[in-house]
Design a protein around this ligand. Structure first.
Ligand SMILES: [Zn+2]
Length: 317
């Protein structure tokens, strides 16, 4: 068995590279997508690692991998599609006509769904100051909601990473997360999906790539494609269900000085950050509103009013 290389022609711009492997034995088709946010690099390295190890590891089924869904964004180190500045991961299933990003998303959507995947793994990164985590979408579909929820949760747990549910339903829809690639795969197609958020943006970090690779192999193991179950990540947080939440927001302009680190436990009232003047005088102290833990810290120091001082995990219901 070896990795096959192919390309997906796009409406304009460079074709998307594809790497695939078929075990020749019946089993699930798993699609792995990376780098739709062009500044989120870890997934590119994870796909390379998978391409190297899958010929020796694959037991059944097939794996189709897209090392980048946004080559122009990778080249210019931008989250968005550079030609029109839109976030591709809020546009699925896209449209055959209209702005470049809509057509780009539509071409990706058609190719992914034509493969009739049983599982989708979408690879992202949050921030340099973040614990690695797996995120599960909100299932908006009424039909088979419970079953689909369970299947998504099982995939996420198999990553060995801390599992977070997405924002509550109203914000999930308001932020167009149902139109992210995994969100649309779950909610349009009823296919389970999981998003992995691992590593810093912009550069490949070898430890983060190894964590992402182990997590992806763990998910592939849970559906029997390989047999390499993931160990629990050293930063793993149990005791959920947890959901992703924005931390308290700043009320002042100044310098953001975190008082916690990613992974730190929060009680109600735990100081998360101070906003100080540049001379060091404290303008405000931002405190946790409920129990949970710190997921990620923002990649900025100068803040204006309205900036969330951290991404936190809080109990979901
Ligand atoms: Zn992303």
């Amino acid at each position: 068995m070896q990795i096959e290389h192919s390309e997906l022609e796009m409406p304009f711009g460079d074709p998307l590279p594809l790497l695939s492997i078929d075990s020749g034995r019946p089993g699930p088709c798993v699609v792995v997508t990376a780098n739709i946010h062009g500044d989120e690099a870890t997934g590119v390295g994870v796909v390379h690692n998978l391409a190297r190890c899958l010929p020796d590891l694959i037991l059944r089924g097939s794996v189709v991998m897209y090392p980048t869904l946004n080559p122009a964004g990778l080249a210019s180190c931008e989250r968005v599609l550079p030609s029109d500045g839109q976030d591709l991961n809020r546009l699925f299933p896209g449209r055959p006509r209209g702005p470049a990003s809509e057509r780009h998303a539509h071409a990706v959507w058609n190719d992914v769904t034509a493969r009739c995947p049983d599982v989708l793994i979408d690879l992202h990164t949050d921030a340099a100051g973040a614990i690695p985590y797996a995120i599960i979408d909100r299932v908006l579909r009424v039909r088979e909601r419970r079953k689909l929820n369970l299947r998504c949760a099982k995939l996420a747990a198999a990553s060995g990473l801390t599992v977070l549910r997405e924002y509550p339903r109203d914000r999930y829809v308001r932020y167009h997360l149902d139109r992210s690639l995994p969100g649309a795969i779950v909610n349009h197609c009823g296919i389970p999906a999981v998003t992995l958020e691992v590593g810093p943006r912009r550069r490949l970090d070898s430890v983060s790539v190894a964590i992402g690779t182990e997590a992806a192999l763990g998910i592939l193991s849970s559906v029997g494609v390989v047999n390499m179950p993931a160990r629990p990540d050293p930063a793993f947080k149990g005791g959920g269900p947890w959901r992703r939440e924005s931390g308290p927001r700043t009320n002042h302009t100044g310098v953001l000085v975190p008082q916690v680190r990613p992974g730190d436990t929060l009680e109600r009232g735990t100081p998360i950050a101070e906003v100080r003047t540049i001379q060091g005088d404290v303008l405000e102290e931002l405190k946790a509103r409920s129990i949970g833990f710190v997921v990620a810290l923002p990649e900025r120091t100068h803040v204006v009013p309205g900036v969330s001082c951290a991404t936190v995990a809080v109990r979901d219901r």
